[in-house]
Write a protein that binds this ligand. Structure first.
Ligand SMILES: *[C@@H]1O[C@H](CO)[C@@H](O)[C@H](O)[C@H]1NC(C)=O
Ligand SMILES: *[C@@H]1O[C@H](CO)[C@@H](O)[C@H](O)[C@H]1NC(C)=O
Ligand SMILES: *[C@@H]1O[C@H](CO)[C@@H](O)[C@H](O)[C@H]1NC(C)=O
Length: 159
């Protein structure tokens, strides 16, 4: 599934999840094989660590939001990439949910240089947003270039 948006972002999720988009509800289990830790802030070739939800044969062209569920003890990551070929050098947004159980980061990076001018982030306090045993529902939207994240299955609510 390539998610073609106004901004040409493709969405990449990693973790165990179910996701819904465009009225379609798909359940799949995905898990990444990452040695050590990985994150868009400090892993240049971060796309290698991701699972492309494009590979689930869904046509989500034109959508600008996605509802998904995460069951996870540690951090979960969502990447919105501008690359169709998983090129880590292309601009991307990384959403890191549940860092140290209390923080969420939305990071933009222009390329894979990790230079300080090429990346920045905002962070939000939201303790215990994930649960190891119970799926939690989230949405992400990217219309008009505004990256938003919220909880629940109503896009735009609980940002
Ligand atoms: C990441 O993927 C690229 C392209 O396939 C490859 O050139 C590179 O060696 C990979 N890096 C790692 C750490 O696997
Ligand atoms: C990845 O993107 C960079 C920057 O746009 C480009 O120079 C490079 O050729 C691309 N690599 C691939 C494999 O598409
Ligand atoms: C996860 O959810 C279960 C069931 O609602 C609850 O008992 C447990 O305390 C939760 N764990 C955390 C870390 O919030």
């Amino acid at each position: 599934m390539v998610i073609k948006t106004g901004q040409l972002f493709k969405i990449i999720l990693f973790c165990v999840l179910t996701f819904k988009a465009g009225g379609l509800h798909t359940t799949t289990n995905v898990a990444t094989k990452v040695k050590g830790v990985a994150g868009v802030w400090y892993t240049p070739d971060i796309m290698n660590c991701s699972i492309d939800i494009n590979s689930y044969n869904l046509d989500l062209s034109g959508i600008t939001s996605l509802v998904f569920e995460i069951k996870r003890c540690g951090r979960a990551h969502v990447i919105l990439s501008s690359s169709d070929v998983r090129n880590s050098s292309e601009p991307l947004f990384g959403i890191s949910i549940g860092y140290k159980t209390y923080k969420t980061f939305i990071t933009y990076r222009a390329d894979d240089s990790l230079d300080s001018e090429s990346r920045n982030y905002v962070s939000f306090l939201n303790p215990n947003i994930l649960n190891c045993t119970v799926y939690q529902t989230f949405w992400v939207s990217w219309s008009d270039g505004d990256i938003k994240l919220g909880t629940g299955n109503v896009v735009g609510e609980n940002i």
